[in-house]
Ligand binder design. Structure first.
Ligand code: HEM
Length: 525
Protein backbone atom coordinates (compact mmCIF):
# COMPACT_ATOMS: atom_id res chain seq x y z
CA UNK A 1 0.00 0.00 0.00
CA UNK A 2 1.11 3.49 -0.76
CA UNK A 3 2.09 5.74 2.14
CA UNK A 4 -0.50 8.51 2.19
CA UNK A 5 2.16 11.05 3.05
CA UNK A 6 4.34 10.04 0.13
CA UNK A 7 5.16 13.02 -2.06
CA UNK A 8 4.16 12.56 -5.69
CA UNK A 9 4.67 14.49 -8.89
CA UNK A 10 7.88 15.40 -10.58
CA UNK A 11 10.36 17.50 -8.62
CA UNK A 12 7.97 17.73 -5.66
CA UNK A 13 9.45 17.55 -2.14
CA UNK A 14 7.89 17.82 1.29
CA UNK A 15 8.56 21.56 1.25
CA UNK A 16 6.73 22.20 -1.98
CA UNK A 17 3.89 24.71 -1.64
CA UNK A 18 0.52 23.25 -2.63
CA UNK A 19 -3.04 24.40 -2.42
CA UNK A 20 -5.55 22.58 -0.21
CA UNK A 21 -6.35 20.20 -3.06
CA UNK A 22 -2.71 19.11 -3.10
CA UNK A 23 -1.95 20.82 -6.38
CA UNK A 24 1.64 22.13 -6.47
CA UNK A 25 1.61 25.94 -6.69
CA UNK A 26 4.05 26.98 -9.39
CA UNK A 27 3.53 30.73 -9.20
CA UNK A 28 2.59 32.35 -5.89
CA UNK A 29 3.58 35.87 -6.97
CA UNK A 30 1.22 36.69 -9.84
CA UNK A 31 -2.46 36.18 -10.47
CA UNK A 32 -3.40 34.91 -13.91
CA UNK A 33 -4.23 37.81 -16.23
CA UNK A 34 -4.83 38.59 -19.87
CA UNK A 35 -1.45 40.05 -20.68
CA UNK A 36 0.68 41.22 -17.77
CA UNK A 37 -1.51 44.30 -17.09
CA UNK A 38 -4.78 42.45 -16.58
CA UNK A 39 -7.70 42.05 -16.38
CA UNK A 40 -7.58 38.98 -14.14
CA UNK A 41 -9.50 35.85 -15.03
CA UNK A 42 -12.04 34.14 -12.82
CA UNK A 43 -10.97 30.54 -13.37
CA UNK A 44 -7.76 31.17 -11.40
CA UNK A 45 -8.46 28.43 -8.81
CA UNK A 46 -5.27 28.83 -6.74
CA UNK A 47 -5.95 32.51 -6.23
CA UNK A 48 -9.65 32.02 -5.49
CA UNK A 49 -8.93 29.30 -2.96
CA UNK A 50 -6.21 31.34 -1.25
CA UNK A 51 -8.18 34.57 -1.01
CA UNK A 52 -11.50 33.03 -0.08
CA UNK A 53 -9.89 31.00 2.71
CA UNK A 54 -8.24 34.18 3.93
CA UNK A 55 -11.62 35.96 3.84
CA UNK A 56 -12.85 33.37 6.33
CA UNK A 57 -9.84 33.37 8.67
CA UNK A 58 -11.76 34.79 11.60
CA UNK A 59 -14.51 33.17 13.57
CA UNK A 60 -16.62 35.49 15.74
CA UNK A 61 -14.64 36.32 18.84
CA UNK A 62 -16.05 35.38 22.22
CA UNK A 63 -18.87 37.75 23.17
CA UNK A 64 -17.10 38.12 26.53
CA UNK A 65 -13.56 37.05 27.50
CA UNK A 66 -12.33 37.66 23.93
CA UNK A 67 -8.75 38.51 24.90
CA UNK A 68 -6.91 35.51 26.25
CA UNK A 69 -3.80 33.37 26.52
CA UNK A 70 -3.54 29.64 27.05
CA UNK A 71 -1.16 26.90 28.12
CA UNK A 72 -1.05 23.12 28.56
CA UNK A 73 -0.02 21.29 31.69
CA UNK A 74 -1.19 18.75 34.21
CA UNK A 75 -3.17 18.47 37.42
CA UNK A 76 -1.82 16.25 40.19
CA UNK A 77 -4.16 14.95 42.83
CA UNK A 78 -3.28 14.71 46.55
CA UNK A 79 -5.89 11.95 47.01
CA UNK A 80 -6.97 13.66 50.24
CA UNK A 81 -9.06 16.56 51.33
CA UNK A 82 -7.45 17.79 54.53
CA UNK A 83 -6.89 14.68 56.70
CA UNK A 84 -9.61 12.67 55.02
CA UNK A 85 -9.59 10.56 51.88
CA UNK A 86 -11.22 12.53 49.09
CA UNK A 87 -13.47 9.52 48.32
CA UNK A 88 -15.53 10.44 51.40
CA UNK A 89 -16.87 13.40 49.41
CA UNK A 90 -16.46 12.60 45.71
CA UNK A 91 -15.95 9.57 43.52
CA UNK A 92 -14.52 11.70 40.67
CA UNK A 93 -11.54 9.70 39.44
CA UNK A 94 -9.45 12.81 38.79
CA UNK A 95 -9.09 13.32 42.58
CA UNK A 96 -8.75 9.76 43.87
CA UNK A 97 -5.15 8.54 44.03
CA UNK A 98 -2.31 10.58 45.44
CA UNK A 99 0.05 11.60 42.63
CA UNK A 100 -2.39 10.84 39.82
CA UNK A 101 -1.77 13.21 36.90
CA UNK A 102 -4.42 14.46 34.45
CA UNK A 103 -3.58 16.62 31.42
CA UNK A 104 -5.10 20.11 31.41
CA UNK A 105 -5.46 23.08 29.10
CA UNK A 106 -5.95 26.50 30.68
CA UNK A 107 -7.15 29.74 29.14
CA UNK A 108 -6.78 33.03 31.00
CA UNK A 109 -8.63 36.08 29.75
CA UNK A 110 -9.93 39.56 30.37
CA UNK A 111 -13.65 40.06 29.99
CA UNK A 112 -15.08 43.19 28.46
CA UNK A 113 -13.07 44.29 25.45
CA UNK A 114 -12.08 42.69 22.15
CA UNK A 115 -9.46 40.19 21.09
CA UNK A 116 -6.51 42.59 20.97
CA UNK A 117 -7.42 44.92 23.82
CA UNK A 118 -4.78 45.88 26.42
CA UNK A 119 -4.21 43.39 29.22
CA UNK A 120 -3.90 46.15 31.82
CA UNK A 121 -7.58 47.02 32.05
CA UNK A 122 -9.64 47.05 35.23
CA UNK A 123 -11.69 43.97 34.56
CA UNK A 124 -12.20 40.52 36.06
CA UNK A 125 -9.84 37.89 34.63
CA UNK A 126 -11.05 34.53 33.35
CA UNK A 127 -9.40 31.34 34.61
CA UNK A 128 -10.80 28.39 32.64
CA UNK A 129 -9.36 24.90 33.07
CA UNK A 130 -10.14 21.89 30.92
CA UNK A 131 -9.21 18.59 32.61
CA UNK A 132 -8.88 15.73 30.09
CA UNK A 133 -9.86 13.04 32.61
CA UNK A 134 -10.20 9.31 32.01
CA UNK A 135 -13.97 9.76 32.36
CA UNK A 136 -14.05 12.51 29.73
CA UNK A 137 -13.60 16.25 30.02
CA UNK A 138 -14.24 18.37 33.06
CA UNK A 139 -14.21 22.17 32.65
CA UNK A 140 -13.80 24.42 35.65
CA UNK A 141 -14.66 27.84 34.20
CA UNK A 142 -13.72 30.42 36.77
CA UNK A 143 -12.50 33.96 37.33
CA UNK A 144 -9.72 35.49 39.42
CA UNK A 145 -12.23 37.13 41.79
CA UNK A 146 -14.24 34.79 44.01
CA UNK A 147 -17.65 36.38 43.58
CA UNK A 148 -19.75 37.83 40.76
CA UNK A 149 -21.84 40.95 40.03
CA UNK A 150 -25.23 39.26 39.82
CA UNK A 151 -26.98 36.11 40.97
CA UNK A 152 -29.66 35.79 38.29
CA UNK A 153 -28.63 34.78 34.74
CA UNK A 154 -31.45 36.87 33.24
CA UNK A 155 -29.38 39.95 34.09
CA UNK A 156 -26.17 38.81 32.36
CA UNK A 157 -26.75 40.40 28.93
CA UNK A 158 -27.63 43.74 30.61
CA UNK A 159 -24.57 43.57 32.83
CA UNK A 160 -22.35 42.94 29.82
CA UNK A 161 -24.01 45.66 27.73
CA UNK A 162 -23.43 48.20 30.51
CA UNK A 163 -19.73 47.33 30.75
CA UNK A 164 -19.13 47.08 26.99
CA UNK A 165 -18.64 50.23 24.92
CA UNK A 166 -21.59 52.58 24.38
CA UNK A 167 -23.54 51.46 21.29
CA UNK A 168 -23.40 55.01 19.91
CA UNK A 169 -19.88 56.18 20.69
CA UNK A 170 -18.20 52.75 20.92
CA UNK A 171 -16.39 53.98 24.04
CA UNK A 172 -16.60 52.34 27.47
CA UNK A 173 -18.41 54.73 29.76
CA UNK A 174 -18.20 54.78 33.56
CA UNK A 175 -21.63 56.39 33.68
CA UNK A 176 -23.29 53.48 31.87
CA UNK A 177 -21.47 51.02 34.17
CA UNK A 178 -22.58 52.76 37.34
CA UNK A 179 -26.06 53.38 35.98
CA UNK A 180 -26.48 49.59 35.90
CA UNK A 181 -24.51 48.89 39.09
CA UNK A 182 -26.35 51.52 41.17
CA UNK A 183 -29.62 49.80 40.24
CA UNK A 184 -28.17 46.37 41.01
CA UNK A 185 -27.40 46.42 44.74
CA UNK A 186 -26.04 42.85 44.75
CA UNK A 187 -23.16 44.13 42.55
CA UNK A 188 -21.81 46.38 45.35
CA UNK A 189 -19.60 43.58 46.68
CA UNK A 190 -18.00 42.76 43.30
CA UNK A 191 -17.47 46.44 42.52
CA UNK A 192 -15.65 46.81 45.85
CA UNK A 193 -13.12 44.20 44.69
CA UNK A 194 -13.02 45.44 41.09
CA UNK A 195 -12.18 49.07 41.90
CA UNK A 196 -9.54 48.07 44.46
CA UNK A 197 -6.13 46.88 43.19
CA UNK A 198 -7.69 43.38 42.97
CA UNK A 199 -9.36 44.64 39.77
CA UNK A 200 -6.04 44.68 37.89
CA UNK A 201 -3.96 41.52 38.44
CA UNK A 202 -0.29 42.13 37.53
CA UNK A 203 -0.27 39.17 35.13
CA UNK A 204 -1.89 35.76 34.73
CA UNK A 205 0.73 33.81 36.70
CA UNK A 206 0.32 35.82 39.87
CA UNK A 207 -3.43 35.74 40.26
CA UNK A 208 -5.86 33.47 42.03
CA UNK A 209 -8.68 31.59 40.37
CA UNK A 210 -12.09 30.60 41.63
CA UNK A 211 -15.01 28.57 40.33
CA UNK A 212 -17.23 31.31 41.90
CA UNK A 213 -20.43 29.27 41.61
CA UNK A 214 -21.30 26.53 44.07
CA UNK A 215 -21.05 23.03 42.61
CA UNK A 216 -21.58 19.63 44.18
CA UNK A 217 -19.39 16.66 44.91
CA UNK A 218 -21.04 13.23 44.92
CA UNK A 219 -19.58 10.13 46.62
CA UNK A 220 -20.10 6.40 45.85
CA UNK A 221 -23.25 6.31 47.99
CA UNK A 222 -24.82 9.09 45.93
CA UNK A 223 -24.49 11.58 48.78
CA UNK A 224 -23.99 15.20 47.64
CA UNK A 225 -21.94 18.03 49.20
CA UNK A 226 -21.80 21.71 48.28
CA UNK A 227 -18.37 22.69 47.06
CA UNK A 228 -16.48 25.79 45.95
CA UNK A 229 -13.11 25.66 44.14
CA UNK A 230 -10.15 28.04 44.47
CA UNK A 231 -6.75 28.16 42.73
CA UNK A 232 -3.86 29.68 44.70
CA UNK A 233 -0.75 30.70 42.69
CA UNK A 234 2.53 29.35 44.06
CA UNK A 235 4.19 32.38 42.43
CA UNK A 236 2.38 34.64 44.94
CA UNK A 237 -0.34 37.21 44.21
CA UNK A 238 0.40 40.59 42.67
CA UNK A 239 -2.01 43.36 41.70
CA UNK A 240 -1.45 46.74 40.09
CA UNK A 241 -2.46 50.27 40.97
CA UNK A 242 -4.12 52.26 38.18
CA UNK A 243 -0.90 54.25 37.71
CA UNK A 244 1.23 51.10 37.43
CA UNK A 245 -1.20 49.64 34.91
CA UNK A 246 -1.18 52.87 32.87
CA UNK A 247 2.61 52.83 32.83
CA UNK A 248 2.74 49.23 31.56
CA UNK A 249 0.01 49.89 29.01
CA UNK A 250 1.90 52.81 27.51
CA UNK A 251 4.71 50.41 26.60
CA UNK A 252 3.12 46.99 26.16
CA UNK A 253 -0.49 46.00 25.82
CA UNK A 254 0.28 42.26 25.65
CA UNK A 255 2.25 42.05 28.86
CA UNK A 256 0.25 39.23 30.49
CA UNK A 257 0.33 36.97 27.44
CA UNK A 258 4.04 37.66 27.04
CA UNK A 259 4.74 36.99 30.72
CA UNK A 260 2.99 33.61 30.60
CA UNK A 261 4.54 32.57 27.28
CA UNK A 262 8.08 33.54 28.25
CA UNK A 263 7.87 31.96 31.71
CA UNK A 264 6.92 28.63 30.15
CA UNK A 265 9.48 28.93 27.33
CA UNK A 266 12.17 29.55 29.98
CA UNK A 267 11.14 26.48 31.98
CA UNK A 268 9.78 28.64 34.79
CA UNK A 269 6.52 26.68 34.96
CA UNK A 270 3.72 28.38 36.88
CA UNK A 271 1.87 26.33 39.50
CA UNK A 272 -1.38 26.67 41.38
CA UNK A 273 -2.70 24.66 44.29
CA UNK A 274 -6.38 23.70 44.13
CA UNK A 275 -8.42 24.18 47.30
CA UNK A 276 -12.02 23.26 47.98
CA UNK A 277 -14.52 24.45 50.54
CA UNK A 278 -17.11 21.85 51.46
CA UNK A 279 -20.53 22.31 53.09
CA UNK A 280 -23.31 19.83 53.67
CA UNK A 281 -25.96 19.87 50.95
CA UNK A 282 -28.67 22.00 52.56
CA UNK A 283 -29.81 25.63 52.91
CA UNK A 284 -27.60 26.50 55.89
CA UNK A 285 -30.07 28.72 57.73
CA UNK A 286 -27.29 29.56 60.23
CA UNK A 287 -25.61 31.76 57.56
CA UNK A 288 -26.82 35.31 56.85
CA UNK A 289 -26.54 34.59 53.14
CA UNK A 290 -27.56 31.75 50.84
CA UNK A 291 -24.64 29.35 50.17
CA UNK A 292 -25.74 29.20 46.52
CA UNK A 293 -25.50 32.99 46.08
CA UNK A 294 -22.47 33.76 43.83
CA UNK A 295 -22.27 37.35 45.11
CA UNK A 296 -21.06 35.97 48.45
CA UNK A 297 -17.82 34.60 49.84
CA UNK A 298 -17.78 31.57 52.07
CA UNK A 299 -15.38 32.96 54.64
CA UNK A 300 -12.36 30.79 55.32
CA UNK A 301 -13.04 31.07 59.07
CA UNK A 302 -16.45 29.46 58.55
CA UNK A 303 -15.57 26.98 55.81
CA UNK A 304 -11.87 26.09 55.66
CA UNK A 305 -9.92 25.89 52.40
CA UNK A 306 -8.64 22.34 51.93
CA UNK A 307 -5.98 21.45 49.37
CA UNK A 308 -6.82 18.64 46.95
CA UNK A 309 -4.11 18.92 44.28
CA UNK A 310 -1.86 21.15 42.25
CA UNK A 311 -1.63 22.25 38.62
CA UNK A 312 1.55 22.90 36.62
CA UNK A 313 1.57 24.67 33.22
CA UNK A 314 4.55 23.45 31.23
CA UNK A 315 3.80 23.76 27.51
CA UNK A 316 2.86 26.68 25.30
CA UNK A 317 0.34 26.22 22.49
CA UNK A 318 1.87 25.53 19.10
CA UNK A 319 -0.92 27.27 17.23
CA UNK A 320 -2.73 30.09 19.02
CA UNK A 321 -5.79 29.94 16.80
CA UNK A 322 -6.28 26.17 16.83
CA UNK A 323 -5.74 25.78 20.55
CA UNK A 324 -6.58 29.03 22.33
CA UNK A 325 -9.09 30.73 20.04
CA UNK A 326 -11.07 27.60 19.26
CA UNK A 327 -10.97 26.24 22.82
CA UNK A 328 -14.48 25.91 24.21
CA UNK A 329 -15.11 25.67 27.96
CA UNK A 330 -18.46 25.30 29.65
CA UNK A 331 -19.90 24.86 33.12
CA UNK A 332 -22.00 21.91 31.94
CA UNK A 333 -18.89 19.86 31.24
CA UNK A 334 -18.71 17.73 34.40
CA UNK A 335 -17.66 14.13 35.03
CA UNK A 336 -19.06 11.44 37.31
CA UNK A 337 -18.70 12.48 40.96
CA UNK A 338 -19.13 16.20 40.16
CA UNK A 339 -22.55 17.78 39.86
CA UNK A 340 -24.49 21.06 39.65
CA UNK A 341 -25.98 22.85 42.59
CA UNK A 342 -29.27 24.74 42.33
CA UNK A 343 -27.35 28.03 41.88
CA UNK A 344 -29.45 29.84 39.24
CA UNK A 345 -26.51 31.68 37.75
CA UNK A 346 -24.68 28.38 37.23
CA UNK A 347 -27.67 26.89 35.43
CA UNK A 348 -27.96 29.95 33.16
CA UNK A 349 -24.27 29.74 32.37
CA UNK A 350 -24.55 26.08 31.55
CA UNK A 351 -26.95 26.79 28.69
CA UNK A 352 -25.01 29.82 27.46
CA UNK A 353 -21.54 28.31 26.92
CA UNK A 354 -22.32 25.45 24.57
CA UNK A 355 -24.97 27.57 22.86
CA UNK A 356 -22.46 30.29 21.99
CA UNK A 357 -19.84 27.73 20.99
CA UNK A 358 -22.13 26.04 18.47
CA UNK A 359 -22.49 29.49 16.92
CA UNK A 360 -18.92 30.76 17.45
CA UNK A 361 -16.93 27.68 16.52
CA UNK A 362 -19.54 25.47 14.86
CA UNK A 363 -21.80 22.49 15.46
CA UNK A 364 -18.89 20.05 15.56
CA UNK A 365 -16.68 22.13 17.86
CA UNK A 366 -16.19 19.10 20.11
CA UNK A 367 -14.38 17.24 17.31
CA UNK A 368 -11.49 19.74 17.35
CA UNK A 369 -8.40 18.29 19.03
CA UNK A 370 -8.31 20.98 21.76
CA UNK A 371 -11.91 20.26 22.79
CA UNK A 372 -12.06 16.56 22.19
CA UNK A 373 -11.61 14.23 25.19
CA UNK A 374 -8.37 12.23 25.24
CA UNK A 375 -10.29 8.97 25.58
CA UNK A 376 -12.77 6.76 23.75
CA UNK A 377 -15.71 8.72 22.29
CA UNK A 378 -18.60 6.94 20.59
CA UNK A 379 -21.89 8.65 19.81
CA UNK A 380 -24.82 8.41 17.43
CA UNK A 381 -24.52 12.13 16.70
CA UNK A 382 -23.92 12.55 12.99
CA UNK A 383 -23.17 15.15 10.34
CA UNK A 384 -23.49 18.90 10.58
CA UNK A 385 -21.12 21.52 9.29
CA UNK A 386 -17.46 20.43 9.34
CA UNK A 387 -18.18 16.84 10.43
CA UNK A 388 -15.03 14.87 9.69
CA UNK A 389 -14.99 12.01 12.16
CA UNK A 390 -17.72 9.48 12.86
CA UNK A 391 -17.40 8.50 16.53
CA UNK A 392 -19.07 5.14 16.30
CA UNK A 393 -16.77 2.88 18.30
CA UNK A 394 -14.69 -0.02 17.04
CA UNK A 395 -16.37 -3.13 15.63
CA UNK A 396 -19.75 -1.43 15.45
CA UNK A 397 -22.29 -2.07 12.73
CA UNK A 398 -21.98 1.19 10.73
CA UNK A 399 -25.65 1.00 9.71
CA UNK A 400 -26.82 1.43 13.28
CA UNK A 401 -26.62 5.09 14.29
CA UNK A 402 -29.42 4.79 16.82
CA UNK A 403 -30.01 3.15 20.21
CA UNK A 404 -31.54 0.79 21.38
CA UNK A 405 -30.94 -1.88 18.78
CA UNK A 406 -30.71 -5.68 18.68
CA UNK A 407 -28.57 -5.72 15.55
CA UNK A 408 -25.55 -3.82 16.80
CA UNK A 409 -24.67 -0.30 17.78
CA UNK A 410 -23.63 1.40 20.97
CA UNK A 411 -24.81 0.41 24.45
CA UNK A 412 -25.42 2.56 27.53
CA UNK A 413 -22.69 2.63 30.16
CA UNK A 414 -23.17 1.21 33.64
CA UNK A 415 -23.71 3.69 36.43
CA UNK A 416 -20.45 3.82 38.42
CA UNK A 417 -22.19 4.54 41.74
CA UNK A 418 -25.53 5.37 43.30
CA UNK A 419 -27.27 8.18 41.44
CA UNK A 420 -27.43 11.49 43.31
CA UNK A 421 -31.16 12.24 43.48
CA UNK A 422 -31.84 15.57 45.17
CA UNK A 423 -35.47 16.17 46.02
CA UNK A 424 -36.78 19.39 44.45
CA UNK A 425 -40.22 20.75 45.25
CA UNK A 426 -41.80 24.20 45.13
CA UNK A 427 -43.96 26.71 43.33
CA UNK A 428 -42.71 27.84 39.95
CA UNK A 429 -42.10 31.58 40.31
CA UNK A 430 -39.95 34.57 39.39
CA UNK A 431 -38.54 35.80 42.67
CA UNK A 432 -35.33 36.94 44.27
CA UNK A 433 -33.83 34.61 46.90
CA UNK A 434 -34.66 35.27 50.56
CA UNK A 435 -31.30 36.04 52.11
CA UNK A 436 -30.09 38.70 49.64
CA UNK A 437 -27.99 40.60 52.22
CA UNK A 438 -26.67 42.74 49.37
CA UNK A 439 -24.40 44.98 51.41
CA UNK A 440 -23.14 42.99 54.43
CA UNK A 441 -20.18 41.31 52.74
CA UNK A 442 -19.40 44.41 50.65
CA UNK A 443 -18.85 46.27 53.94
CA UNK A 444 -16.83 43.39 55.38
CA UNK A 445 -14.63 43.27 52.27
CA UNK A 446 -14.14 47.06 52.51
CA UNK A 447 -12.99 46.66 56.12
CA UNK A 448 -10.75 43.68 55.34
CA UNK A 449 -8.79 45.53 52.63
CA UNK A 450 -5.44 46.97 53.73
CA UNK A 451 -5.26 50.76 54.24
CA UNK A 452 -3.45 51.10 50.93
CA UNK A 453 -6.03 49.01 49.07
CA UNK A 454 -8.89 51.02 50.62
CA UNK A 455 -7.28 54.30 49.57
CA UNK A 456 -6.88 53.00 46.02
CA UNK A 457 -10.49 51.77 46.00
CA UNK A 458 -11.82 55.19 47.02
CA UNK A 459 -9.60 56.99 44.50
CA UNK A 460 -10.62 54.74 41.61
CA UNK A 461 -14.32 54.96 42.46
CA UNK A 462 -14.16 58.73 42.84
CA UNK A 463 -12.40 59.19 39.50
CA UNK A 464 -15.05 57.16 37.70
CA UNK A 465 -18.10 58.39 39.62
CA UNK A 466 -17.34 62.12 39.69
CA UNK A 467 -18.22 62.66 36.02
CA UNK A 468 -21.47 60.66 36.33
CA UNK A 469 -24.81 62.40 36.74
CA UNK A 470 -26.04 63.18 40.24
CA UNK A 471 -28.74 60.50 40.57
CA UNK A 472 -26.21 57.76 39.82
CA UNK A 473 -23.59 59.18 42.19
CA UNK A 474 -26.15 59.54 44.96
CA UNK A 475 -27.43 56.00 44.57
CA UNK A 476 -23.89 54.61 44.63
CA UNK A 477 -23.06 56.64 47.77
CA UNK A 478 -26.25 55.28 49.34
CA UNK A 479 -25.26 51.70 48.46
CA UNK A 480 -21.71 52.13 49.79
CA UNK A 481 -23.11 53.72 52.97
CA UNK A 482 -25.33 50.73 53.52
CA UNK A 483 -22.24 48.53 53.17
CA UNK A 484 -20.26 50.65 55.65
CA UNK A 485 -21.01 54.26 56.66
CA UNK A 486 -17.32 55.16 56.43
CA UNK A 487 -17.15 53.68 52.91
CA UNK A 488 -20.08 55.86 51.77
CA UNK A 489 -18.69 58.97 53.43
CA UNK A 490 -15.24 58.60 51.92
CA UNK A 491 -16.69 58.16 48.42
CA UNK A 492 -19.03 61.15 48.93
CA UNK A 493 -16.22 63.40 50.25
CA UNK A 494 -13.91 62.25 47.48
CA UNK A 495 -16.46 63.02 44.80
CA UNK A 496 -17.10 66.46 46.22
CA UNK A 497 -13.39 67.30 46.25
CA UNK A 498 -12.92 65.86 42.78
CA UNK A 499 -15.79 67.89 41.38
CA UNK A 500 -14.36 71.09 42.80
CA UNK A 501 -11.04 70.20 41.23
CA UNK A 502 -12.75 69.51 37.91
CA UNK A 503 -14.71 72.75 38.04
CA UNK A 504 -11.66 74.84 38.82
CA UNK A 505 -9.71 73.18 36.03
CA UNK A 506 -12.78 73.57 33.82
CA UNK A 507 -12.00 70.08 32.71
CA UNK A 508 -14.55 67.64 31.36
CA UNK A 509 -15.07 64.11 32.52
CA UNK A 510 -11.98 61.99 32.91
CA UNK A 511 -11.79 58.76 30.99
CA UNK A 512 -15.52 58.69 30.33
CA UNK A 513 -17.97 60.06 27.82
CA UNK A 514 -21.30 61.49 28.83
CA UNK A 515 -24.14 59.24 27.80
CA UNK A 516 -26.38 62.29 27.96
CA UNK A 517 -24.35 64.13 25.33
CA UNK A 518 -24.11 61.07 23.14
CA UNK A 519 -27.86 60.53 23.28
CA UNK A 520 -28.45 64.21 22.47
CA UNK A 521 -25.99 63.87 19.61
CA UNK A 522 -27.72 60.81 18.25
CA UNK A 523 -31.12 62.51 18.50
CA UNK A 524 -29.85 65.62 16.72
CA UNK A 525 -28.88 63.53 13.73
C1 HEM B 1 -16.91 33.09 28.72
C2 HEM B 1 -21.63 33.51 29.48
C3 HEM B 1 -20.88 34.22 34.18
C4 HEM B 1 -16.28 32.96 33.50
C5 HEM B 1 -18.25 33.23 28.51
C6 HEM B 1 -18.89 33.19 27.24
C7 HEM B 1 -20.21 33.29 27.45
C8 HEM B 1 -20.41 33.41 28.86
C9 HEM B 1 -21.30 33.30 26.40
C10 HEM B 1 -18.18 33.03 25.90
C11 HEM B 1 -17.81 31.56 25.73
C12 HEM B 1 -17.22 31.22 24.40
O1 HEM B 1 -17.40 31.97 23.43
O2 HEM B 1 -16.57 30.17 24.33
C13 HEM B 1 -21.84 33.70 30.82
C14 HEM B 1 -23.13 33.85 31.45
C15 HEM B 1 -22.92 34.07 32.76
C16 HEM B 1 -21.48 34.05 32.97
C17 HEM B 1 -24.45 33.76 30.72
C18 HEM B 1 -23.88 34.31 33.87
C19 HEM B 1 -25.17 34.04 33.74
C20 HEM B 1 -19.59 33.90 34.42
C21 HEM B 1 -19.00 33.75 35.72
C22 HEM B 1 -17.71 33.40 35.52
C23 HEM B 1 -17.47 33.32 34.10
C24 HEM B 1 -19.73 33.88 37.05
C25 HEM B 1 -16.68 33.08 36.53
C26 HEM B 1 -16.82 32.08 37.36
C27 HEM B 1 -16.07 32.89 32.15
C28 HEM B 1 -14.79 32.59 31.56
C29 HEM B 1 -14.97 32.64 30.18
C30 HEM B 1 -16.36 32.97 29.95
C31 HEM B 1 -13.50 32.29 32.29
C32 HEM B 1 -13.90 32.45 29.12
C33 HEM B 1 -13.72 30.98 28.81
C34 HEM B 1 -12.61 30.82 27.80
O3 HEM B 1 -11.47 31.11 28.17
O4 HEM B 1 -12.89 30.43 26.67
N1 HEM B 1 -19.20 33.38 29.50
N2 HEM B 1 -20.86 33.81 31.77
N3 HEM B 1 -18.62 33.63 33.45
N4 HEM B 1 -16.99 33.10 31.17
FE1 HEM B 1 -18.92 33.44 31.48
Amino acid sequence: MKDENEVTGTNETEDTLTNRQGHPVTNNQNVRTVGNRGPTTLENYDFLEKISHFDRERIPERVVHARGAGAHGYFESYGMVGDEPVSKYTRAKVFQEKGKQTPVFVRFSSVVHGGHSPETLRDPRGFAVKFYTEDGNWDLVGNNLKIFFIRDPLKFPDLVHAFKPDPVTNIQDGERIFDFVSNTPEATHMVTFLFSPWGIPANYRMMQGSGVNTYKWVNKEGEGFLVKYHWEPKQGIKNLTQEEADEIQSKNFNHATQDLYEAIENGNYPEWELFVQILSDDDHPELDYDPLDPTKLWYKDDVPWQAVGKMVLNKNPENYYAEVEQAAFGTGVLVDGLDFSDDKLLQGRTFSYSDTQRYRVGTNYLQLPINSPKKHVATNQRDGQMEYKVDQGKNQNPHVNYEPSTIGGLKEAENPGREHTPNVEGELKRETIDRTNNFGQAGETYRRLSDFERDELIKNLVNTLAPCRKEIRDQMIENFTQADPEYGKRVADGIEAKMKEMESAESGPIGTTKTEEAVQDAQDK
